[in-house]
Design a protein around this ligand. Sequence first.
Ligand SMILES: *Cc1c(COP(=O)(O)O)cnc(C)c1O
Length: 421
Amino acid sequence: MDHFLYRNGTLHAEDVAIPAIAEAVGTPFYVYSAATLTRHWRLFDEALSPLPHLVCFAVKSNSNLAVLRLLGSLGAGMDVVSGGEYRRALAAGVPGDRIVFSGVGKTADEMRLALTHGIRQFNVESEPELLALSAVAASMGATAPITLRVNPDVDAKTHEKISTGKSENKFGIPIAKARAVYALAASLPGIEVVGVDVHIGSQLTDLAPFAEAYAKVADLTRILRADGHDIRRLDLGGGLGIPYTRSNEVPPLPSDYGAMVKRVVGDLGCEIVIEPGRLISGNAGLLVSSVIYLKQGEGRDFLILDAAMNDLVRPAMYGAHHDIVPVVEPEPGTETAPQDVVGPVCETGDTFAKARALPALAAGALVAFRSAGAYGAVMASEYNTRPLIPEVLVQGDQFAVIRARPTFDEILSRDTIPEWL
Ligand SMILES: *Cc1c(COP(=O)(O)O)cnc(C)c1O
């Protein structure tokens, strides 16, 4: 459930009419619902109770400081994958001991940053990273709490670009090698082993691959404990999928996921960390855009919007589907016609949808892309010198711009022409 509903024929974000926001900030823009973000985070928190647990929001799915502040104030931890995201989490007021640091390519500078300001754990993905972290921590006289991210060689059965738990993917340490790398970790200065980490991919719509991976982690935990490691925390990653269309089958709910976690690893007495991103932020956001032109082509019509692939790249990058709805609710029985929904960028890939059934929309009409709160604004670029679009947060009947659209002067002033030109 989200909080984007038609009221009196107009799409609202909670109690705010979308056209009122469009009037205030101009299109295109992203809008997020505080109530939806809150609800989704709580669903996970409740799903894991009464196990000791921490639900860490995957910052890469939506890293706006206001979003992080909102979730952080509920008690959320943060899963970060760069020094930049770590800084965002801190700036949003989340203490270091609620931040976990993932990612295959952590640099020494990033390790120092996290060790200086505090970290719950580093999820270490390779032997070279383990050695580097040991050297950095030892040089600071610090101890780095770590898990090793193991690669369980499980097929997540999701899009190949967001599948991470197969042996051919770049992520993690092959689970068969884990025992040896744990032994190495235990021997290194500046390293304290606290647990095991796994993350098999994103937008999973079936619990079976999770259960298979977590069962392997449970087996490994028993072996590692027998080897003398104090495994007291399991980080089970993120990846639970969301419905991108209203019609298709509904993916498992956080409560189903939580029940599975309890069944598979609940008897180990470990603290459970999870790192959901998309399920918390995805359906908490819309991308709102205006129609620029309706262009009649040969045998197909093009709906040309003021949003483009640089604002929302998922359709171009993953062939992803987003429901697109008119902001003014069509009368029941309104005829629809297939339309290719495209942006103004000079790439054929700048196509949001092909032959999408939509009612006739005039220039200036507003449309909303659903499920745009995750991997939307964070993946945006200024390709074609199109300014990054604003982000707006709604709570009840109030809304605020949480990232303003830059001016063209600001954009141009970032470039420097050398004196010798
Ligand atoms: C991307 C990612 C997540 C979040 O994935 P979602 O599909 O958004 O839940 C969690 N953990 C790690 C390590 C990731 O790379």
